[in-house]
Design a protein. Structure first.
Length: 258
């Protein structure tokens, strides 16, 4: 089935116009942004989540048709504010998993997200492949980012998402020692893979289920313009299907911060 097709029922009206701006120069990620081949096999993630049901979450319960939008790899000064404006227009809360060096570079964007009712999570300091690091370096990646978020916005995240979804027992143990909860996803927009805005929207709408955690990106890579353009279509399509938007901690019934 073509990704360009409208979902069943279509959208109520054309999505709101989005103004796109040129990106700014950002710090490089240690192992690059999302890309093909960087992720572990999906069954491996399922096995780890099943082995640690109180620590690792891929989705929430399906009650009341609730769904959580999440955005990785920000903040930045270009795409993250544009995504926030779309979310504000529609009254949608979201969860942003932030890279520490980006938080350090754009603290005002983090503060704006918190003031806007969004939740901030930890996405490591510089986006490395965590299983390649020893326990000390893994903990440093987490605590350094937590401290940067605290300095920027006065909150200490309890939610952690490993870059590329890559983790092993050492990563899990370090997160547990810090009283973090590992948040994965069960709907991937694939916005990082070069899809058009219509394809991104169709991908989310075609796979959404009650209790889903949706993976998107608010920074990283060369552009997030298709993601910004897709977001109104996604929100309108899910609302038309009867979904209510919540943050990840609201979906899972766990605290956002320490």
């Amino acid at each position: 089935m073509s990704h360009d097709r409208h979902p069943p029922g279509g959208w109520h009206h054309e999505p709101a116009a989005v103004v796109l701006r040129a990106p700014l120069a950002d710090p490089p990620f240690a192992d690059g942004p999302e890309r093909p081949g960087a992720r572990p096999p999906y069954p491996h993630l399922v096995d780890l989540a099943d082995a640690h049901p109180d620590e690792i979450f891929r989705h929430g319960s399906g009650g009341n048709r609730r769904i959580a939008l999440t955005f990785d790899d920000g903040p930045d000064g270009t795409w993250t504010p544009q995504i926030q404006r779309v979310l504000r227009q529609y009254g949608v809360p979201a969860t942003f998993f932030c890279v520490g060096q980006m938080v350090q570079a754009y603290p005002s964007v983090v503060r704006a997200l918190v003031r806007g009712g969004h939740v901030i999570g930890n996405h490591t300091w510089d986006h490395p492949h965590l299983p390649r690091l020893d326990a000390r370096r893994i903990r440093q990646e987490l605590t350094r980012t937590e401290n940067a978020i605290d300095r920027a916005a006065g909150v200490r995240p309890r939610l952690f998402r490993p870059p590329y979804g890559q983790m092993d027992e050492t990563v899990i143990q370090q997160a547990m020692d810090l009283d973090d909860r590992i948040i994965l996803w069960n709907v991937d927009s694939l916005c990082w893979s070069g899809l058009t805005s219509r394809q991104i929207a169709a991908n989310v709408l075609g796979h959404a289920t009650p209790g889903a955690i949706v993976l998107m990106h608010s920074a990283g890579g060369t552009t997030r313009a298709p993601t910004v353009r897709a977001l109104p279509r996604i929100i309108e399509g899910l609302k038309a299907a009867g979904y209510t938007f919540v943050t990840v901690p609201d979906l899972l019934g766990i605290p956002a911060y320490k």
